[in-house]
Design a protein around this ligand. Structure first.
Ligand code: C2E
Ligand code: MG
Ligand code: MG
Length: 741
């Protein structure tokens, strides 16, 4: 039977597996129970030239797969193993004579006559070996009539002599001698156990020329009837299979058991193992280099594209930064750069800078929409460009900055700039307001940048002043500079509101009853850093900054709280609060605010004091507001009467209740006949018009008495009381005072 190499392995694996299953089916305890005792050491016989199964190495040491198995069996069984390796025939004789206990050999029927066999522990094959340069015999029939070398006592000798009598056998003492006989031409071929003979053949001009045949179980043989030893050996074999020893030994010898003389294919194979990784590395290196190169090229392309788009973007941004998109004029930054450049280039230059705004832009937008807005901006920009001023620019939102030609007067500048434009057939005045800074503004140490910044700031300050005064232009002077203290106050009010403020109350004496029946609420600001701030200072400041309404609302809320308390003492008690002109504008929403409070029915007895100038400022509007307030039961008084130019008869057109004579008339009325006459006639006329009169700023008893005699209704001044805290004022509510006059 001829088996391929894979077939041999499969068979071997199958046998090993079967043995394993057999052994595995026995529990180890059962193995222990069955363990046959043996105390004598074992002597194994074998061939000295039968690699890889058994042979003597150069030092005379027994080595090989079978030797390791025998050692393992002995160790497992607790005995020592001795190996006697000799020529094969002598080895067989040693067992027969009892000098040795066992020997590993192929199991065969003729041998079974002389020996008892253990279970097989391996399978071996035979092959034909022919001279490399002679005839190559590939099967046993081809050997008929040939001289074939065999080992004396070997399985092959037994088989061939029995079955192939026409083959001439040339018996030699060892396996190696067989191969040598072929090599030397003493035999045409030899028949040998495949694995072992292959090893020897590799050293000579001898080749394995047939497929393997005669698959034979490889077993341990003992003398016939030596049952104890046989049982012991079988047990050790099974135990070795079960505990993995057999597998370990087999694994150790596997490369040898599968050994064959390296062929050209093997060399190529080995070479392939060496070369393949090198080639693979080279290929990998090549691929990586190629990929890197591609990536570098791709990245370079990408970077170039990015660079180009960045350059485009930068240019776009530069253009955007340098030119205003709405008008095409230079931008703020470009203007500052240009101004800086001129300042540094011409140290003697005396610039005229104009900060200009088109005040009509908002109304044009609301009338003509966005297109009107854009048209006005563009038309004015074109006009500016045509004027050929050294530098013009649009800062955005209808604000322009201009460097005017040297020596151009503000009047001339205005005349050249302020032209009207046609929008949808209508002649529109752009409403130019200009802030002008003339001359240099630098310290010697100032950089061109700081100088340019200062010039712009001056022009802007002048612009704010012109705007506040409703003028068309204003030239910067140091007096226009805002007071830094005021800036702090405005900042803090914006930040903290009325946090550091409180109200004081100045009682008002009703001269008819001689009792305190009213009080005026006056604001106080105790600033944490700047100390006491006079309302005469910060009220106009807040008005200018458009922040007064916030304060007024707070005062109203505080005052109505206090009023409610005072009314528990005098149900007709009145508290007056001061209202700025701005509080009467639609934006301030004072009427609605007060109506809200009214629904809480806490407003009875609140009176509003409006300065004379405040009343006449927006005549029609104020008239409507005062009328609306009166409808709601809130009366108004004209404060500081006499300081403006309004006549009483004019004021009486407003739905006011009371006139407060300014203290400038009261102060000297007893000495100054003119003042006395004004006071006397005002009281008289007011009464004729149905108004009550309060005199403020009364500082002495004589004046108070004089006013009482003139029929003045109410008196207010230090002589009665300074402005005092709410609690003190509460104590004075309803108090009788007249006997002190
Ligand atoms: P005003 O409404 O005419 O208030 C009277 C001012 O004269 C108060 O000054 C008061 O302290 C002062 N005064 C009263 N009696 C005498 C006196 O016998 N002799 C002298 N020399 N002065 C006297 P104050 O409190 O400094 O207020 C100044 C102005 O500030 C007020 O004038 C008023 O217009 C405004 N004000 C005060 N509080 C408020 C407020 O809450 N809101 C608004 N919008 N303005 C307020
Ligand atoms: Mg007042
Ligand atoms: Mg007053």
């Amino acid at each position: 039977m001829l088996l391929s190499r894979d077939g041999q392995r499969f068979l071997l694996g199958l046998v090993a597996g079967l043995l394993l299953v057999l052994a595995g089916s026995l529990p180890m305890s059962a193995l222990g129970y069955l363990h046959p005792d043996r105390s004598d050491d074992l002597v194994f016989a074998g061939s000295s030239t039968y690699p890889p199964f058994q042979w003597l190495d150069d030092q005379g040491q027994a080595r090989g797969f079978v030797i390791d198995l025998q050692d393992s069996m002995a160790q497992l069984g607790g005995v020592k193993a001795e190996h006697r390796l000799t020529a094969w025939e002598q080895a067989l004789q040693a067992v027969e004579s009892g000098e040795a206990d066992a020997i590993a050999l192929f199991a065969s029927e003729p041998r079974r006559q002389q020996y008892d066999f253990t279970d097989p522990f391996y399978y071996q094959f035979h092959s034909i070996f022919s001279h490399a340069e002679g005839e190559h015999f590939s099967n046993l029939d081809a050997l008929r009539g040939q001289t074939v070398a065999v080992t004396t006592g070997s399985y092959a000798q037994g088989q061939l002599s029995g079955e192939y009598p026409d083959i001439r056998l040339h018996s030699v003492t060892s396996e190696r001698a067989c191969i040598l006989a072929v090599h030397a031409g003493e035999a045409d071929a030899c028949v040998e156990a495949t694995l072992s003979a292959k090893r020897h053949a590799a050293d000579f001009d001898v080749r394995n020329t047939s497929a393997p045949f005669w698959p034979r179980p490889y077993v341990f043989a003992v003398r016939k009837g030596n049952d104890d030893l046989l049982e012991w050996l079988n047990f050790q074999l099974a135990a070795m299979q079960a505990d993995g020893t057999y597998f370990a030994v087999y694994q150790k010898w596997l490369p040898e058991l599968e050994w064959r003389k390296p062929t050209i294919a093997d060399h190529l194979n080995t070479l392939a193992w060496i070369i393949t990784p090198i080639l693979l590395s080279a290929l990998l290196g090549f691929i990586v280099a190629w990929a890197l190169k591609r990536q570098v090229a791709w990245r370079t392309r990408q970077l170039t594209a990015e660079l180009q788009s960045r350059r485009r973007l930068e240019k776009q941004l530069r253009d955007q930064a340098e030119y205003d998109a709405a008008t095409g004029l230079p931008s703020r930054q470009a203007f500052i750069n240009g101004l800086e450049h001129r300042l540094s280039e011409a140290p003697g230059w005396s610039p005229t800078l104009i900060h200009l705004r088109l005040q009509s832009l908002e109304s044009v937008t609301s009338t003509f929409g966005r297109t009107g807005h854009e048209k006005l901006l563009k038309d004015f920009s074109h006009h500016l460009e045509r004027l050929d001023f050294p530098l013009v620019s649009h800062f955005g939102s209808g604000t322009f900055a201009i460097i005017a030609p040297e020596g151009l007067s503000p009047e001339d500048a205005y005349a050249r700039l302020a032209v009207s434009f046609d929008i949808e057939g209508l002649n529109v005045d752009p409403g130019i307001v200009m802030g002008i800074s003339i001359g240099r503004a630098d310290d010697d140490n100032d950089s061109a940048a700081a100088h340019a910044e200062e010039l712009l700031r001056r022009a802007l300050t002048a612009f704010s002043s012109a705007y506040a005064k409703d003028s068309t232009w204003c030239v910067y002077t140091p007096e226009l500079q805002p007071n830094p203290r005021n800036l702090i106050l405005l900042h803090d009010f914006r930040q903290h509101g009325t946090r550091d403020m409180h109200l004081v109350y100045q009682p008002k004496l009703d001269l008819a009853s001689g009792r305190i029946r009213e009080a005026e609420a006056l604001i106080r600001w105790q600033h944490p850093r700047l100390g006491f701030i006079s309302p005469g200072h910060f009220i106009p400041l807040l008005e200018k900054a458009g922040m007064i309404t916030r304060l007024t609302r707070w005062v109203i809320e505080e005052a109505i709280e206090e009023l409610a308390r005072c009314r528990t003492r005098d149900p007709d008690f009145v508290i007056c609060i001061n209202i700025a002109a701005q509080d009467l504008s639609d934006d301030a929403g004072l009427v609605d605010f007060l109506r809200d409070k009214r629904t809480l029915s806490r407003l009875q007895g609140l009176r509003l004091e409006i300065t004379e100038t405040g009343v006449i400022q927006d005549h029609d509007h104020t008239q409507r507001v005062i009328a609306a307030l009166r409808e709601d039961g809130i009366y108004c008084a004209v404060d500081d009467f006499g300081t403006g130019y309004a006549s009483l008869s004019y004021l009486s057109r407003f739905a006011i209740e009371e006139v407060k004579l300014d203290r400038s008339f009261i102060r000297n009325m007893r000495e100054n006949r003119r003042d006395y006459a004004i006071v006397a006639s005002t009281i008289e006329l007011a009464h004729t018009l149905g108004l009550t009169v309060t005199a403020e700023g009364i500082e002495d008893q004589a004046t108070l008495k004089a006013l009482a005699e003139l029929g003045c209704d109410t008196a207010q001044g230090y002589v009665i009381s300074h402005p005092i805290a709410a609690e003190e004022m509460y104590q004075m509510v309803g108090r009788h005072y007249l006997e002190r006059i």
